[in-house]
Design a protein around this ligand. Structure first.
Ligand code: NDP
Length: 419
C-alpha cells in the first residue's frame, strides 16, 4: 500500500507508470505530474480501466522548489520518482528534503544552462581536479548526502538501465562471482532500426550532449579522457550480431570507481550506426548541438532545442522500431585464487516492448528498472538514509524483480573480452 508521485510524463515515465500499474498491490495510488498536464491526463485516461491503481494528475514546473513543495505537501506521497530531465534533479531533491519524502531518479544532474558563469566556475574546477569534462557528474547530488542522512531519508540515484541495472550487475558480480574484480566493461548495444536516417531513442538534447562529449575511462585510480568517438571496437552481441561500438564517458563509472575501489579499469561502450554518427558530426559542425542561445530574426533560440523540435519524438519510435537491445557488463578478476571472466546482460526486443507498453526498448529498459527501484524502496529493501547509487544496495531482490517484470538476465562464464 503506497502513494507515489511521478514527475515527468515522457517516454521513460510512460513505461514506468504502466509497469507500476501492473502491481496495484504495491503502487496503490499514483499522481502523474508534469509540465504539460494534458500528457498526464491522456495516460491516466488510457490506464483508468486497466488497473486498480488510483491515478490522479497535476501540473508542476519541477524547476520550482516552491511549486514542488505545494504539490508534495498536498499529495503526501511515500516516494517521489523523478522521471523528468536531469536538469530538475536538484530542485526535486531539495523539495523532497523540505517535505520529508524519499527520492529516486534515472540520470544524474546536469545544468540546463551551461553558460551560467557561477556553474562554469565550479565545472572548470572539477574538470581540472578530476580530469574529465562531461557536463554531468555526481558531485552536485552527493553534496546532499549529509542532509538526507540527517533527515532519515533515502535518495536513490540513477535507477534506469545504464546507469542503474549495470551497477546492480556489478554488485551482483562482486557478491557472487568474484573476490576481486580487475576490470569492468559496460556494453550498451542497440540493434534496433526505426527506419529514420536520424533520430534519438531518448530525449534528443540529453542524448546528443552525452554522445558528442569527449569519452573517458577509469584506469589505475584516475580518469583518461579521449576525443569523442576516438576509441572504436567491434563486438558480436548475443541475439544482435556484430556491431561497432565506441568508448563514451558515462556516469556510473564515477560511482563504481568509488564503491568498488579495487577495480583497475572501467570502460563504457555504446553502439552507433554510421548514419547516426555522420548526421551527428554534421549537426555539430554547423552549430546545431550548441546550448548557447542565438538571436534569429528577432527571436532568441537555443540551437539544440530547435533541433529537438525538428527530430522525431522518441515516444513515437515504438511502432517503427524493430530489433533488439543487448546491455550488460563483462568482468575479469579472481575467485578463490583463480582468474575468471564473467558476462551478465539483458536482451530486450523492441517490438515485444511495444506490444506490452506501447514503447520502444530504450524507454522500456529504463522505465522497468525505475519501477523495480521504486518497488525496492517501497517494500523497505532499499531504504538507507543518505544519497546512494544502485551498486550500494543488495542486487539480489532487484535482479529477481527485473527477471520477473520484463528484463531477465543472461550470463556467460566464458565471454569474448573487449580488446
Ligand atoms: P522525455 O523528454 O521523453 O520526458 C521528459 C519529461 O519531463 C516530459 O514529460 C517533460 O514534460 C517533463 N519535464 C521536463 N521539464 C520539466 C519541468 N521543468 N517540470 C515538469 N516536467 C518537466 O525524456 P525521457 O523520458 O526520454 O527521459 C527521462 C529521464 O530518463 C531523463 O532524465 C533521461 O536522461 C533518463 N534516461 C535514463 C536512462 C538510463 O538508462 N538510466 C536511459 C534513458 C533516459 P513535457 O512533456 O512538457 O516536455
Amino acid at each position: 500500500m503506497s502513494r507515489v508521485l511521478v514527475i515527468g510524463c515522457g517516454g521513460v515515465a510512460n513505461v514506468a507508470i504502466r509497469k507500476c500499474c501492473m502491481l496495484p498491490e504495491v503502487f496503490t495510488e499514483l499522481c502523474i505530474a508534469s509540465r504539460t498536464k494534458s500528457k498526464c491526463d491522456a495516460l491516466a485516461a488510457e490506464l483508468k480501466d486497466k488497473t486498480s491503481t488510483k491515478i490522479t494528475t497535476a501540473r508542476v514546473n519541477a524547476d520550482s522548489v516552491e511549486e514542488l513543495c505545494t504539490l508534495i505537501n498536498s499529495y503526501k506521497p511515500d516516494l517521489v520518482m523523478n522521471i523528468a530531465l536531469p536538469y530538475q534533479d536538484l530542485s526535486i531533491m531539495e523539495a523532497c528534503l523540505q517535505c520529508g519524502v524519499n527520492y529516486m531518479d534515472t540520470a544524474n544532474y546536469e545544468p540546463e544552462d551551461t553558460d551560467d558563469p557561477e556553474w562554469r566556475k565550479v565545472y572548470e574546477k572539477r574538470c581540472a581536479e578530476k580530469g574529465f569534462s562531461a557536463l554531468f557528474d555526481y558531485s552536485y547530488q552527493w553534496a546532499y548526502r549529509e542532509r538526507f542522512e540527517k533527515a532519515g531519508l533515502t535518495a536513490l540515484l540513477g535507477c534506469g538501465f545504464d546507469p542503474g541495472v549495470t551497477q546492480a550487475y556489478c554488485a551482483y558480480a562482486k557478491k557472487h562471482e568474484f573476490d576481486e574484480i580487475d576490470t569492468i566493461d559496460i556494453l550498451d548495444c542497440n540493434g534496433g532500426d526505426h527506419g529514420y536516417a536520424f533520430a534519438t531513442n531518448f530525449n534528443p538534447e540529453v542524448n546528443l550532449r552525452e554522445v558528442s562529449a569527449p569519452g573517458s575511462y577509469w584506469e589505475n585510480g584516475h580518469w583518461v579522457e579521449i576525443p569523442a568517438m576516438s576509441i572504436k571496437r567491434e563486438y558480436k552481441f548475443d541475439q544482435v550480431g556484430d556491431k561497432d561500438m565506441y568508448l563514451l564517458h558515462h556516469e556510473e563509472i564515477e560511482s563504481l570507481a568509488e564503491n568498488i575501489p579495487e577495480v583497475k579499469r572501467i570502460r563504457f561502450f555504446m553502439t552507433f550506426g554510421q548514419s547516426y554518427l555522420t548526421h551527428m558530426k554534421c549537426l555539430e559542425n554547423v552549430g546545431m548541438l550548441s546550448t548557447t542561445p542565438i538571436n534569429f530574426e528577432g527571436h532568441e533560440i537555443v540551437p539544440i532545442k530547435f533541433l529537438k523540435a525538428l527530430l522525431p519524438d522518441p515516444a513515437s519510435l515504438g511502432p517503427r522500431t524493430h530489433g533488439k537491445t543487448n546491455i550488460g557488463c563483462i568482468f575479469t578478476g579472481r575467485k578463490d585464487g583463480q582468474e575468471k571472466k564473467y558476462y551478465i546482460y539483458n536482451v530486450c526486443d523492441h517490438q515485444e516492448c511495444y506490444k506490452e507498453v506501447a514503447s520502444q526498448a530504450i524507454s522500456y529498459t529504463t522505465g522497468v528498472p525505475a519501477m523495480c527501484g521504486a518497488l525496492m524502496m517501497l517494500t523497505g529493501k532499499w531504504i538507507q538514509p543518505g544519497v546512494h547509487t544502485v551498486e550500494e544496495f543488495d542486487p539480489d531482490p532487484f535482479l529477481d524483480a527485473l527477471d520477473r517484470y520484463g528484463l531477465p538476465r543472461s550470463e556467460s562464464h566464458d565471454p569474448v573480452l573487449v580488446p
